[in-house]
Design a protein around this ligand. Structure first.
Ligand code: ADP
Ligand code: MG
Length: 631
């Protein structure tokens, strides 16, 4: 069967080492190492070709070849070749032996140096039976030419030093019209034409999507197998607690809260997605559930996408939930080991934190509930790691609604609660869409709001890049010249402590302006903020713009959102101006930018597939999901 790679003829010490550095140790490994891409061997158009460059053409022999003798025993073969109805002279040194094989009217392929003025090709290579379209595998193994790899792979095929096992169920192969795995592998190494190669690549991607879905399915099955410890929460204490909340829950909030308690009662682990527009009040809903968990003797974890948000949630919980023992755990937490000991002992009821929370040495004594805020910011890995920290019911919160199909493909089947209405005392935000040249009129409005002691955000697309024009710094200076110490500056690259300090100043003082990058995008809650100015709308997706707009209008005060642009983005920004429905805006994003863009996966890079791509191959993922889940 398989042999060590060094046994294959053509593989010496040097090649062996190179192969090993690519984790290729045996003939089998090399067969399962697929080309990274394919170079298509294109014919050159001689009409467009540049003098003295290398060209490849296919043409018809148009004259009987003759041999010309030169000095030093050198001879050349000469004939005319008809390419695209033009005659060219072919000169081939040391190719006298081809004279007899070249017949008039025969189709051949010639590669060589082009002399444009003389209409001549100095041939390097003459192939008598041209393959019209050749696809060359490109293995991207540094130090070994692709043609040599192909020869080595060919050797392995000749000797049958490999074994390919089918890994997909046969009914699915039939149903989806897929190639067998054996065929696929052969074509990946030796593609005869584009059509066959496309079929092979399709099967390769399908396989990847299939096994990804298989993993989700296994997770789903094992969730359903575990009989979890009963969460015997005390409904009366929870009800009393709800009575004490200083506002009345909306009907949707009440329904979502009930859904969570229903999940707790279920015998198996549950996953739920709570979707609700910015400001719809998701935090209090999970807060009540966390409180319920405490009455049942379980700990909870709340994961936020940024330190700013973790800090803010932490403060919210301190304020609304005085009976909970809450801890903040982020990468800048001091004395982590002490805190972790308190988490491990069960002394802490709720841990609020960022990714740092999921490092392996954070152990809970009795984790029962995990909340993941703005889940689209996290990849599958992060989620699963935290979820596996105990027998925890899981709840994702998102302000960017996910179409059901997309959600189930990447997260598996889960139940969804929607919070559609906003708390009663909110006024709709008035949105303006202006050309950047009108910025002065925005500043006039800004002066009025600041005089009323309201707060304002000015969001810039970048920290320092020149190409995007104004930056947080230039805008900060421009505004500081008018508003002096009323202006604050924040961006993602500031140290965490400084960010916290700036946010605290902004939150605790009236009439302040915060110039920022998108760090304020999700969740930040400052009630007196009435103005959101987004300097350059074209750099943001509609969902993102909507998130930003949701930073204002968080009290009974009238709020405003200005989007400035250079008019290159008329349709999109007009839709934004006229629509306050986050669900609709995200549908638009999904349609125009695809799921990858929409989910922020490109940035997080956490759902990385080797061959398939969630964005381009979304339909294939849907098929794989259907196949796996209907087995
Ligand atoms: P999001 O869903 O965007 O995370 P939050 O949970 O941060 O929204 O809630 C936004 C604000 O609305 C918070 O200040 C919260 O206290 C307040 N809030 C939540 N529910 C209600 C309600 N039913 N009535 C009035 N205010 C509410
Ligand atoms: Mg929130």
């Amino acid at each position: 069967m398989k042999v060590s790679i060094k046994e294959v003829s053509g593989v010496g010490k040097k090649y062996q080492e190179i192969f090993n550095s690519y984790n290729i140790f045996t003939s089998q490994d090399l067969i399962l190492y697929f080309p990274k891409k394919y170079l298509s061997f294109k014919e050159t158009s001689l009409l467009l070709a540049v003098d003295k460059t290398e060209v490849t053409v296919v043409g018809e022999v148009a004259s009987l070849p003759i041999i010309i003798k030169h000095r030093n025993n050198l001879e050349s073969l000469r004939f005319k070749l008809l390419v695209d109805n033009e005659l060219y002279n072919i000169v081939a040194y040391r190719r006298g032996y081809l004279k007899e094989s070249l017949k008039e009217g025969m189709e051949i392929q010639v590669r060589g140096q082009f002399k444009k003025r003389q209409k001549e090709i100095n041939a390097i290579n003459i192939i008598l039976k041209p393959l019209k379209r050749e696809l060359k595998p490109n293995y991207q193994i540094d130090g070994i030419y692709d043609s040599n790899i192909s020869k080595i792979v060919y050797q392995i095929y000749q000797n049958k030093w490999f074994y390919i096992a089918e890994n997909l169920p046969s009914d699915i192969i039939v149903k989806r019209g897929l190639l067998s795995r054996y065929e696929m592998v052969r074509i990946l190494h030796f593609p005869s034409n584009k059509e066959a190669l496309d079929k092979a690549l399709y099967r390769l991607k399908y396989e990847e999507a299939f096994f990804f879905q298989e993993k989700i399915y296994q997770q789903f099955k094992s969730d359903n197998k575990v009989i979890k410890k009963a969460r015997d929460y005390d409904l009366n204490i929870v009800k009393e607690f709800i009575e004490r909340i200083p506002f009345e829950l909306t009907d949707n909030q009440k329904a979502a809260t009930n859904d969570l308690f229903k999940d707790f009662k279920a015998p198996h682990l549950k996953k739920r997605l709570i979707q609700g527009d910015v400001g719809s009040g998701k935090t209090i809903v999970v807060g009540i559930a966390i409180y319920g968990m405490k009455t049942a003797g379980f700990q909870s974890a709340f994961m936020a996408p940024t330190e700013i948000l973790a800090f803010q949630h932490y403060q919210t919980f301190l304020k609304y939930f005085p009976d909970l023992e809450v801890a903040l755990l982020t990468s800048s937490t001091k004395e982590k080991s002490k805190l972790k000991a308190r988490i491990n002992s069960g002394e802490i009821d709720l841990v609020v934190g960022t990714h740092a929370l999921i490092t392996d040495d954070t152990k809970f004594s009795n984790l029962g509930f995990v909340v993941i805020d703005e889940q689209h910011r996290f990849g599958v890995l992060a989620r699963e790691t935290l979820a596996n920290k105990g027998e925890a019911d899981l709840c994702y919160l998102t302000a960017t609604p996910i179409p059901r199909t997309l959600g189930t493909v990447i997260l598996g089947d889960m139940e969804i609660s929607n919070i559609k209405e906003k708390p009663r005392d909110r006024k709709p935000i008035i949105t303006y869409y202006l050309h950047q040249s009108k910025f002065d009129s925005v500043i006039e409005h800004l002066k009025k709001e600041i005089n009323l002691n309201h707060n304002a955000y000015v969001v810039m697309p970048s920290i320092e890049s020149e190409t995007r024009g104004e930056t947080v710094y230039t805008m900060y200076e421009r505004l500081a010249a008018i508003f002096y110490d009323k202006v604050l500056l924040i961006h993602g690259k500031l140290p965490a402590l400084e960010k916290e300090a700036v946010m605290a100043t902004f939150k605790n003082n009236k009439g302040m302006i915060l110039v920022s990058t998108t760090v304020v995008e999700v969740g930040v809650d400052v009630k007196e903020a009435t103005m959101m100015i987004i300097y350059d709308g074209k750099y943001f997706g509609l969902s993102q713009l909507h998130q930003l707009r949701g930073r204002v209008g968080r009290s009974e005060l009238q709020s405003y959102c200005y989007v400035l642009s250079d008019d290159s983005d008329l349709e999109r920004l007009t839709i934004f101006k006229n629509t306050d429905d986050g669900f609709l805006l995200s549908e638009y994003d999904l349609e125009h930018r695809g799921p990858g863009e929409f989910l922020g996966l490109k940035q997080s890079g956490m759902i990385d597939f080797k061959y398939a791509n969630l964005n381009d191959d979304f339909k294939l993922f849907l098929k794989a999901k259907e196949d796996v889940f209907s087995k």
